[in-house]
Design a binder for this molecule. Sequence first.
Ligand code: NAD
Ligand code: AKB
Length: 318
Amino acid sequence: MQAETVLVIGANGQIGTVLAQALRGVYGENNVIASDLRPPAEDQGLFEILDVLDGARLLDIVQRYKVSQIYHLAAILSAKGEQDPKRAWEINMSSLFNVLEIAKDYKLRVFFPSSIAVYGAHTPRENTPQFTIREPSTVYGISKVAGENWCNYYHLRYGLDVRSIRYPGIIGYQSLPGGGTTDYAVDIYHKAVQGQPFECFLSADTMLPMLYMDDAIRATLELMFTDPDKIQVRTSYNLAGMSFSPAEVAASIQKHIPDFSISYKPDFRQAIADSWPQSIDDSKAREEWGWKPRFDLEGMTVDMLLHLRTQYGMTNYE
Ligand code: NAD
Ligand code: AKB
């Protein structure tokens, strides 16, 4: 493996917590620097406080550690972004410019996560193609469309090796989500394992694309390991794992916890979910870098319940 020094920005978040740990497994403890606004709850390795809006501090870290790759995860997500759209735009866009500019100057490889949120009401919702209408209704989605296009621009104009995935909703037991529309699909498992009823902020039949955390991390690393010549898409790759509705995930949990109950009280997040795809065509990712998901809804439910029961100290269940 080529010597690399990796900086993860937004490393305390839902994905960053797990991705930073996976990167340490690949590159070694001393070659991965996690960074975020505040120190992590648990000490896991090299860590730097970084507000990525502070370009001088970012530059200092890149120079000091001789960083060769940046995973830029810091962002304000869909639901939280609607509470203060200007602030969400500022954080999501200015942070990306700081990363792209330094990456251009120091020839760094960059990972930028995009989202199914780039799609909107005029996009085909079933099997959404790689190249189609991107007219999002949220400030988060607008920032991701712009971000994807800026990544592509830096690749075309400066030859920057920037790579991106349009993640669906990510579900994992390792960390909690931070203000998205798909967050319910993590919270539901926590309630179920604790023996509590779950009130869902989306309606029973709201179908959305989702991906298990293990698959999301593997996809990210596989894309970043791919030979640059094979990567034709420099905006962002569609990626699919599974699609389900709240009623379907509840039913899959009830197979293991028959007493689990769900009720529905849709709020402002329903309109966001209704503007997003129901399923994704990820054939470009499959063709160009061999993407294939491993987890379906049933496999994910078994794995989530197993790990969460251990986390909550429930050893003698069933
Ligand atoms: P998260 O909200 O859980 O974590 C984001 C992290 O960024 C937080 O720890 C936060 O403290 C940090 N952060 C915020 N502003 C910052 C700043 N100015 N400087 C430094 N750090 C800052 O998000 P996540 O779910 O881990 O998502 C990571 C990335 O993946 C985001 O870009 C998100 O848009 C994208 N994504 C996530 C999902 C998902 O389902 N989790 C789906 C699609 C795309
Ligand atoms: C959100 O719901 O905002 C995220 C996403 C799909 O980008 N989980």
